[in-house]
Write a protein that binds this ligand. Structure first.
Ligand code: COA
Ligand code: AMP
Length: 641
């Protein structure tokens, strides 16, 4: 990184950044002092099994103790730890640190009484309710490994995760609530347990007042009964390198990747990021508007705010429609939120319903100091709109489930930097971000290439994939030895600002949700009438991208196309889930391919988005492209968004 990026005489960021790379052990060892350890580490950075690195090896600490008990013992017992605000049910509940600690200890006792031991996995399939956070922290308390599965996934996806994580217990709820409909979780869980090879003996089910689920005698236990019978559990003595959780994320195939997070590095990195990136301190209110099932929910709704003794807002609702586009302003004003973190798509939804921001009037937003956006590329228009309406800095920052915390950001707590709309600003301390060309050479400033992170990555990033070191190495560490492949393409400009432009693989981003087109293609290909297919992510003004299927039927299939398309849409909804937002498909005679048979997805994407394109020189038959264009036009595509 050059010195000459015009940020004035303030060198707090660059000093911290340089030190984090030159002396990672010194830098992170200092950060670790902010936590309570039961045994000091032997080595801050353990490179003995490189390229697999471990942080704080030999050290011991309990994440739940550091997130709850420590604050109760140090004068924050009566401070609010969690505010649950649910416009979908009308509930607003406050939990003090003491109340949350007690609830977590009791549920931890319930898990232990139901056979969960140190190292056992617990799958949590729940909506955004306090009990989800309680179940996660309860696992951390007894050294069990949680794996939260987002509620918008269907039974098949849940089953895949159950088979990989092999949990001793599943914790679920009778239902989730979406605007206008109640999503019955328990039948989905029952179906997943039918499909899964892995068999388990116990499910603990939260019966929400909206719906009571049927419980299977002998296997299912009502949450309240489990808790009533339990004794509070003490904090286990966990190794810093023990797994805290597994979070499955989309890869390029239908098999999700189990990202592992450890106890020590995770706690150190999150508490650092809370202060350095988000400028949030003990006692302040932070709102990560996401779902607990995503990385944002894990890191910034559950763990990070509690690790530093702040107050976390958990919101069960949408940016619009619950009841209207003023929902965010109501929550910020009511709970005195200092910083809000959400995906750009949420602001696009608000902007669409209330373009002039008229609904802001009458809400006291004086507590709000910063808006953080991540999860997808943020269009400069949305940043400008939010900045104009809220009159606070709007900070785009970039990270992934794998890293667990920001890779590039405007570190508001270290040294605020000028905002360049469209850029995620600069690499966060700990991350040596570089851009390489196809053969692994660094590209000049301003040139697009593959964004990589030089190893070792900082604490809190994934040490490996669950029971799959080989998969971790082949997916992320092999393309460029010595570097982690982010899967994103972009560039670094002359001021060392990072610009993340697109994915280099078949992952798409729908409303801030990361989805695999490969997984959708597998589902379409399983339909009896389908010979081959491609799913592409086309530009969408609200959700960023939407998946569209192009399908070739087997010879001789005579059924009406509309009927087949309807079946395909239903199939993706049933096998992946509503969250895939797969609602458009078209039947084509052929797919455009290279002479070696590779489907030209990028060319089809350009056609669908109304961008200019050149048919690749390697195309087998250029005459197919007008047919594709016509088919996409019938879906209302091919015009620039
Ligand atoms: N359980 C069950 N179903 C769910 C669900 C859950 N937890 N979450 C979403 N779904 C369903 C939705 O009801 C919808 O179903 P539908 O096809 O019947 O309408 C479908 O999955 C797609 O959901 P989504 O893409 O979220 O679309 P939406 O129209 O409901 O909402 C936004 C669009 C932009 C308002 C919403 O995505 C949003 O607020 N996003 C910003 C925050 C965020 O979630 N970020 C993610 C990571 S930071
Ligand atoms: P997830 O693992 O679901 O958090 O998705 C991570 C992916 O979302 C990244 O690899 C990027 O492709 C994309 N992404 C996240 N934040 C940003 C951002 N600020 N700018 C551009 N892309 C982003």
């Amino acid at each position: 990184m050059s010195d000459s990026h015009g940020i004035g005489v303030d060198t707090r960021y660059i000093d911290a950044y340089r030190r984090s790379l030159a002396d990672p052990a010194g830098f992170w060892g200092e950060q670790a002092q902010a936590l309570q350890w039961t045994r000091r580490w032997d080595r801050v950075l353990d490179d003995s099994a490189a390229p697999l690195y471990r942080w704080f090896s030999g050290g011991r600490l309990n994440t739940c103790y550091n997130a709850l008990d420590r604050h109760v013992e140090n004068g924050r017992a009566e401070q609010t730890a969690l505010i649950y605000d649910s416009p979908l049910t009308g509930a607003v509940e406050h939990f003090t640190y003491r109340a949350l600690r007690d609830a977590v200890a009791l549920f931890a006792g319930a898990l232990a009484a139901n056979g969960v031991r140190h190292g056992d996995r617990v799958v949590i399939y729940m909506p955004v309710v306090p009990q989800t956070l309680i179940a996660m922290l309860a696992c951390a308390r007894i050294g069990a490994v949680h794996s939260v599965v987002f509620g918008g996934f269907a039974a098949m996806e849940l089953a895949k995760r159950i088979d990989d994580a092999k949990p001793r217990v599943v914790v679920s709820a009778s239902c989730g609530i979406e605007p206008g409909r109640v999503v019955l979780y328990k039948p989905l869980l029952d179906e997943a347990l039918q499909i899964a090879q892995h068999k388990l003996e116990r499910c603990i089910v939260l019966q929400r007042p909206q719906v009571r689920a049927a419980l299977q005698a002998g296997r299912d236990l009502d949450w309240n009964e489990a808790v009533a019978a339990a004794q509070p559990a003490a904090c286990a003595d966990t190794a810093a390198t023990d797994p805290l959780y597994i979070l499955y994320t989309s890869g390029t195939t239908g098999k999700p990747k189990g990202v592992v997070r450890d106890h020590g590095g995770h706690a150190v990195a999150l508490q650092f990021s809370m202060r350095a990136v988000y400028d949030i301190h003990p006692g302040e209110v932070f709102w990560a508007m996401s779902d607990v099932g995503w990385a944002v929910g894990h890191s910034y709704m559950v763990y990070a705010p509690l690790l530093i003794g702040a107050t976390s807002v958990m919101y069960e609702g949408k940016p619009v429609g619950t009841p209207d586009a003023a929902a965010f302003w109501r929550v910020i004003a009511q709970h005195r939120v200092k910083a809000l973190f959400t995906a750009p798509t949420a602001f696009r939804a608000i902007k669409k319903d209330d373009p002039r921001g008229e609904l802001i009037a009458g809400h006291d937003l004086s507590s709000l100091k910063t808006l953080f956006l991540a999860g997808e590329r943020c269009d400069p228009d949305t940043i400008a709109w939010a900045q104009d309406k809220l009159q606070v800095p709007v900070v785009d920052h970039w990270w992934q489930t794998e890293t667990g915390w920001p890779v590039a950001a405007n570190c508001r707590g270290l040294q605020p930097m000028p905002i360049k709309p469209g850029s995620a600003t600069v690499p966060v301390p700990g991350y040596d971000v570089q851009v390489l060309d196809e053969v692994g050479a660094p590209v000049p400033a301003g040139t697009i290439g593959n964004i990589v992170i030089k190893l070792p990555m900082p604490p809190g990033t994934l040490p490996t994939l669950w029971h799959n070191d080989a998969g971790y190495i082949s997916t992320y560490l092999t393309r460029y030895p010595g570097y982690y492949l982010t899967g994103d393409a972009g560039y670094i400009d002359d001021d060392a600002y990072v610009w993340v432009m697109s994915r280099i693989d078949d992952i798409i981003n729908v409303a801030g949700h990361r989805l695999s087109t490969g997984a959708m293609e597998e589902v379409l290909a399983g339909h009896a009438d389908v010979a081959e297919c491609a799913v592409i992510g086309v530009a969408d003004a609200l959700k960023g991208q939407l998946p569209v299927g192009l399908v070739v039927l087997k010879a001789g299939v005579q059924r009406p196309h509309a009927e087949i398309v309807q079946e395909l849409v239903l199939r993706v909804r049933e096998q992946i889930g509503a969250v895939a937002a797969f609602k458009q498909a078209t039947i084509v005679a052929r797919l455009p391919k290279t002479r070696s048979g590779k489907v030209l997805r990028a060319t089809m994407r350009a056609i669908a988005d109304g961008r200019s394109y050149n048919a690749p020189a390697t195309i087998d038959d250029p005459n197919i492209l007008p047919e594709i264009s016509q088919a996409l036009e019938k879906l209302g595509l091919t015009k620039p968004t």
